[in-house]
Design a binder for this molecule. Structure first.
Ligand code: NAG
Ligand code: NAG
Ligand code: NAG
Ligand code: ZN
Length: 497
């Protein structure tokens, strides 16, 4: 999920195990949210005749698009009328077994999940990656060996102290920026206006080291965030049936709860990447806390799959040059979602159906707007979606993916690492071809996007619990943007400074 530039967000208490997939994350309330009553208007959705293919649409009027007795879209008009524009969308295809739009809402009772298939055999060695280690036995994982779920891990553990030292040993110059206040842009006037910070949240600034799109037109770098969850197997089944592979940005706390699902994603040749341990807005944390969030997520993913991801997505897209430098020093390349203007960010807002902050009709309208923007682009794209909630998985498998599969001309839907024209093996530190795909940190340094001080072995500095203000030197240089841009993306990246 994300927050918008105008957002005021409140952090609510996080409840974990007893609540299943609910309340797993602190919420960032959306400034632009539409009250559910006003948003619950009928759409003009329709399902046209499908092309021959895997994701066939139902006959017109079938439950997938228009449940009997309901208007298309299936929701009731707001009493007394509303001046809000009605969501309006047309899908080329929907899934014949999709939940009707009328039931995909915050009040939806949980329905059955499907069992995991069982391709993940303990000790088996992935044949699709050369040099991959054997699959660990997830049953041996002991949660007591990991931090508490869904809160930022303590920084005084041996593990975190070691990772702090490793970051220092890279010699990276972490920009001397204070952590931001909670509350997003309105509560951070100076930081939001400081363009040298390049804070994505307040203005959409990106650096050449951020992946924000795919270089090739019609490529969709498919991503799902915040899992694994109860509903991830439903998504995996649809992806399998349609021979699709995705990138999953995994929350470390969810990996502890659903290790077998994470193994299934990995063995199913999807790309696994890091989405932090407890899903905080990273710019609000100290350097050490950021290292703890990313380090523990790298570790649990390695402990479950045998490999360590080399890409990360910041929760809410909340990244600035300090978070970038730390991520890159930890071998993690930031992956955002495409944003072509302040009004066109490729976020379906699927996350907000569950909380009643938006409707499935509005999400499908957002999707259609994204497709409209895609049709104007000379490169490929990345969209924000989630595998956390039943509603997000249903809108993906029932509507968005079938529609995308019917798109003309066809999309090339694949994991982000593949849309960057790299092999899946290049998504993991252990199997990455370091000759053709230099690791994130050294690539950034060679391209001049990041600078280092001479870092004599043993130099550790006085790292305690203080927040990010020790190291000197701003290290991501605008002047170096074009070189790395050309190196990675053939000049296709846009900058928003
Ligand atoms: C704004 O920041 C201050 C200082 O960190 C904090 O105490 C306050 O709770 C924040 N306000 C909101 C609305 O988050
Ligand atoms: C691009 O997206 C914006 C915001 O969703 C939308 O208003 C606009 O119509 C879209 N552009 C096209 C060409 O579809
Ligand atoms: C690439 O380098 C990493 C260390 O950064 C190493 O662990 C890995 O084995 C190397 N890749 C290959 C294929 O040797
Ligand atoms: Zn997220």
């Amino acid at each position: 999920m994300k927050f918008a530039a105008s957002t005021v967000f409140a952090v609510l208490p996080v409840l974990v195990a007893a609540h299943g997939a609910d309340n797993l994350h602190a919420r960032h309330l959306q400034g632009r949210q539409v009250p559910p009553a006003a948003a619950a208007v009928s759409s003009s959705s329709s399902a046209a005749a499908p092309p021959a293919g895997s994701a066939a649409a139902p006959p017109a009027g079938s439950p997938a698009s228009a449940p009997p007795g309901s208007p298309p879209g299936g929701t009731t008009a707001a009493p007394g009328g509303t001046t809000a524009p009605l969501p309006s969308f047309t899908l080329l295809a929907t899934n014949p077994t999709a939940a009707p739009l009328s039931v995909i809402n915050s009040l939806q009772p949980s329905s059955a999940t499907i069992p995991l298939p069982s391709t993940a055999v303990v000790g088996s060695t992935p044949t699709f990656l050369s040099n991959a280690p054997p699959l660990p036995n997830a049953a041996l994982l002991n949660p007591a060996n990991y931090p508490k779920l869904d809160v930022p891990p303590p920084i005084d553990s041996d593990e975190v102290q070691q990772w702090i030292k490793e970051v220092q040993d890279t010699g990276v110059e972490i920009p001397n920026l204070n952590p931001t206040n909670p509350g997003g842009c309105p509560n951070n006037t100076a930081a939001a206006a400081d363009q040298t910070r390049c804070w994505w949240t307040c203005g959409g600034c990106t650096r050449s080291t951020d992946i924000t799109q795919c270089p090739t037109a019609l490529d969709w770098g498919l991503t799902y965030d915040d899992g694994p969850s109860f509903y991830t197997p439903n998504l995996l089944q649809f992806l399998d049936q349609n021979n699709l592979k995705s990138t999953f940005f995994v929350v470390g706390s969810r990996a502890i709860s659903f290790p077998a699902t994470l193994q299934e994603e990995y063995m199913g040749q999807h790309q696994i990447a890091v989405h932090t341990w407890s899903h905080p807005p990273l710019t609000t944390l100290s350097n050490e806390e950021i290292i703890a969030e990313l380090g523990w997520t790298k570790k649990i993913i390695k402990d479950v799959t045998g490999v360590t991801p080399n890409m990360m997505r910041p929760p809410y897209g909340d990244i600035d040059d300090r978070v970038r430098a730390i991520s890159l020093a930890m071998g993690l390349t930031p992956v955002m979602w495409t944003r072509i203007s302040p009004l066109a960010t490729f976020d379906t807002d699927d996350f907000d159906i569950h909380g009643g902050l938006t409707t499935v009709q509005q999400v499908l309208q957002n999707w259609e707007n994204i497709l409209g923007n895609v049709s104007t682009m000379s490169n490929g794209f990345i969209v924000l979606e989630h595998d956390l909630f039943e509603q997000t998985v249903e809108v993906a498998t029932g509507y968005i993916l079938p529609d995308a599969l019917a798109h003309k001309p066809p999309f090339n839907i694949r994991p982000v690492v593949n849309c960057l024209n790299r092999d899946l093996a290049d998504a993991y530190i252990e199997t990455n071809n370091n000759a053709t795909n230099p690791p994130a940190f050294s690539a950034a340094v060679s391209a001049g996007a990041l600078t280092t001080t001479a870092a004599p072995a043993g130099q550790t500095g006085g790292s305690g619990g203080s927040s990010g203000s020790k190291s000197a030197g701003v290290s991501l240089h605008a002047s170096s943007l074009l070189s790395l841009l050309g190196l990675l993306f053939g000049g296709a990246l846009a900058l928003h400074l």
